[in-house]
Write a protein that binds this ligand. Structure first.
Ligand code: TXA
Ligand code: MG
Length: 323
């Protein structure tokens, strides 16, 4: 693989030039950082898979700058999809829609739907408007590891492999987009994410949630083990975690708004001292990363309330706990 002297900067023109030359670059979105390249060029898609070390059966999300743009790449938009687009784009929503043939098969891993979204980040929206093509972008982490929420996270793991990381600050949402597909025009949530199911239901009524990979060949990337730190992670109720050991000096603990009594000596991180699930989601991946690199030999993580973004947080922690 080609080696680069990776630069972090906020120069849209620099990012644009690399992308126009068929390179892949790190880009900010409101959810997590992406590893972006020309979505209409199959060779660029291959580069993305190889930098990320990602299996080709796991398709990529196409990013564009507006609803009108989406029409260029999809052949059908169910009525409920249109309502969601009008309400939540730009935003943390990815829709699975029937693709037109100009979207290369490698982008969708041969599926007849393409995952498409309009990211809500000023730098990336500006970049997308200036580019003559949409951007395919998986999260900018090596396959299976925790997604990056700062430009530095991207640099730490991909330096040398890409020429540029566009720095748009820490991401505002902190977990990946919510993925919604359509089964006979009926909406199905295939990945819990930064747009809460409750918000979706306010617009289109009750939706099915099917985030279980085994029963869901439609979203091949939703593996049981994912988003995982290098060290072990145990995900459970605070009371159960408190009983796990008598000596916790080597444990790091991810908590919601209060520390767990009885885990003396452990490193406890509160994701939101004021008890805000959105703030907790924003801080989740950085906390997992920093504990992973802090010298502890195990991470304990509590179960969050199963509402709003708490559902996405629990989903990520559960997958992180599977080896
Ligand atoms: O928030 C996000 O969505 C971030 C930012 C960078 O936009 N991107 C992201 O991409 O999370 P990635 O590649 O890490 O996750 C994409 C997920 C995978 O689980 C993949 O299987 C699924 O989307 N996916 C992509 N295209 C699909 C398709 N045509 N049908 C079903 N699932 C698809
Ligand atoms: Mg990912």
């Amino acid at each position: 693989m080609q080696q680069f002297n990776t630069i972090i900067g906020s120069d849209i023109q620099a990012a644009k030039t690399f992308l126009e030359n068929g390179e892949v670059v790190g880009i900010p979105t409101e959810t997590v950082y992406g590893l972006a390249g020309n979505a209409l060029d199959a060779d660029v898609a291959l580069k993305i898979f190889s930098v990320k070390n990602r299996p080709h059966f796991d398709p990529l999300i196409v990013h564009t700058h507006g609803i009108d743009e989406i029409e260029k790449y999809v052949s059908e938009i169910p009525a409920k999809a249109r309502l969601l687009m009008q309400r939540f784009m730009p935003g943390a929503l990815t829709l699975l829609l029937k693709k037109k043939s100009l979207v290369p098969d490698i982008i969708t891993s041969g599926l007849d739907t393409v995952a498409i979204r309009v990211p809500n980040h000023p730098l990336t929206l500006k970049l997308l408007k200036e580019l003559p093509f949409p951007l395919a972008a998986p999260s900018a982490n090596p396959f299976g590891y925790i997604s990056p929420t700062t430009a530095q996270h991207v640099f730490d793991q991909l330096q040398g492999k890409i020429p540029y990381v566009l720095d748009g600050g820490a991401t505002a949402v902190g977990v990946e987009s919510t993925i919604v597909g359509f089964d006979d025009d009926e909406p199905v949530v295939y990945r819990l994410g930064g747009l809460a199911v409750e918000e979706i239901e306010k617009v289109i009524g009750k939706v099915k949630v099917n985030v279980n990979a085994a029963s869901n060949p439609k979203t091949p990337g939703m593996l049981k083990s994912h988003y995982a730190p290098a060290i072990d992670l145990i995900f459970d109720e605070p009371a159960t975690l408190a009983k796990l050991r008598t000596e916790h000096k080597t444990a790091g603990v991810i908590c919601f708004d209060k520390a767990i009594d009885g885990l003396t000596g452990s490193k406890q991180v509160l994701l939101s001292p004021v008890g805000d699930l959105n703030e907790a989601a924003k801080n989740l991946f950085a906390a997992m990363r920093s504990l992973d690199n802090s010298g502890v030999d195990i991470i304990y993580a509590v179960r969050f309330p199963d509402t709003g973004l708490g559902r996405a947080i629990n989903d990520r922690l559960k997958r992180a706990s599977v080896k």
